[in-house]
Design a protein around this ligand. Structure first.
Ligand SMILES: [Zn+2]
Length: 412
């Protein structure tokens, strides 16, 4: 298998390039600096011997590993994103390497007393004896998703150096702006030309995901009537009280802080109000399509009922769908999950298959015609100073990609 030092060197060459994305920007990529890593990846893919290496005007990088077998088999893709989250700074990342981790507290930053501790992050303990890459406590690491890129490039390099391993045609793509929800937006699925793909963008070793939320956003606008409080009797309508009624009519336990697994929720994210007008912002989430539709219906029913009580049309609900559960697109082609599961088992790892309580680029891609489950990239504590990745997990992810390539030649 590929040597640890080689992986570390490659990974560090990516994370030390700042690629933070910006939700306020309208361009693609959303930040100029993402080109720096995109262009570097083009050169690197050419230098390891990949074919058809391209970069388009939106910085999507694609390349081909040609088939080395005679028969026709499905084309499989691997996808990762090179931007990092705007939640925390990705400038001047100074990775620290902890060899043979002893299971104790890791001082990320002495001056600021930033400690990565297994008493808070228990996951650390499963990596005792392994090599961890952490931050210096002042930035995020960018293992999300540069670990994924490192794994895909390393697996392609390995397959190119080992032509005795038989596989079909493999396509890879690195995208900008996943962290601001746009990684799939300008993805040219036809040009990519894969039958299906995997995002290498999950967290801990073993993860395999093919379900995510159905998601919608609801804006509830409540019109009041402002009148001088001294002369308001029978005239004033206080939108704040109506808003409170609306909020309290929704089940209090169906909220993010009271739900887990496949339980859906209503999440009040913002209140902006005064007597004259109040606006509530919610997000609605459910894995189950029918329950999801029922949740949206509740909003409309509730608005109607309160309007009827008030005998005025004061409440208006606007619901916008955001993304859908990819399960609907994956279930008809379940063998693509089975292959990934088998590849993970072959690497000696127990697959952890669970529904994502969020969305992924893979769900958008699945609805664009490229079914796309998500496989672990190995990192933990994404989007912040406590982010870390065990090098051994990256090694295993590389092995999983290589195993999928082998299965591609064997199964079809
Ligand atoms: Zn990611």
């Amino acid at each position: 298998m590929i040597h640890k030092q080689h992986i570390i060197k490659r990974f560090i060459s990516y994370v030390t390039i700042d690629t933070e994305s910006d939700p306020e920007s309208d361009t693609t990529p959303s930040t100029e600096k993402q080109w720096n890593l995109a262009n570097k990846l083009v050169e690197e893919l050419k230098s390891i011997g990949m074919s058809d290496v391209t970069i388009d005007e939106n910085a999507y990088v694609m390349a081909t590993l040609p088939s080395n077998i005679d028969k026709e088999v499905p084309v499989i893709g691997f996808v990762s994103h090179f931007d990092t989250s705007p939640d925390f700074t990705g400038a001047h990342v100074k990775p620290q390497i902890i060899e043979n981790y002893n299971g104790e507290d890791i001082v990320l930053n002495e001056k600021e007393n930033t400690i990565l501790s297994p008493s808070y992050f228990e996951d650390l303990l499963q990596y005792k004896g392994q090599t961890l890459i952490t931050t210096d406590g002042t930035t995020l690491l960018g293992a999300d998703d540069k670990a994924g890129i490192c794994e895909i490039v390393s697996a392609m390099e390995y397959l190119l150096q080992h032509p005795e391993i038989k596989h079909g045609k493999i396509r890879i793509c690195f995208t900008p702006d996943e962290e601001i929800g746009r990684g799939a937006h300008k993805f040219d699925v036809a040009k990519f030309g894969a039958d299906w793909a995997y995002t290498m963008d999950g967290s801990q070793i073993g993860e395999l995901e093919y379900e995510n939320f159905n998601a919608a956003k609801a804006v509830v606008s409540i019109q009041g009537k402002i009148v001088h409080p001294g002369y308001a009797k029978g005239k004033m309508i206080n939108s704040l009280y109506i808003a409170t009624d609306f909020i309290n009519s929704l089940p209090r336990l169906e909220t993010p802080e009271h739900t887990e697994g496949r339980e859906g929720f209503f999440h009040l994210t913002d209140i902006n109000g005064e007597v004259d007008k109040t606006v509530l912002e919610y997000i609605i989430r459910d894995h189950d399509k029918e329950k999801f539709e029922a949740r949206k219906e509740i909003f409309q029913k509730l608005a109607k009922e309160l309007n009827d009580q008030l005998e005025k049309e004061l409440i208006e609900v606007k619901i916008t769908d955001q993304y859908s559960n990819m399960r609907e697109k994956i279930e008809p082609v379940m063998h693509i999950v089975d292959i990934a599961e088998e590849a993970i088992k072959q690497a000696g790892i127990t697959p952890i298959i669970k529904p994502i309580r969020g969305g992924t680029d893979g769900s958008q891609l699945s609805y664009m015609g490229l079914p796309c489950p998500n496989i672990f990239a190995g990192g933990h504590n994404f989007h912040g100073r406590y982010e870390y990745v065990p090098v051994e997990s990256m090694q295993k992810a590389i092995e999983v990609i290589v195993n999928i390539a082998k299965l591609q030649a064997e199964k079809f």
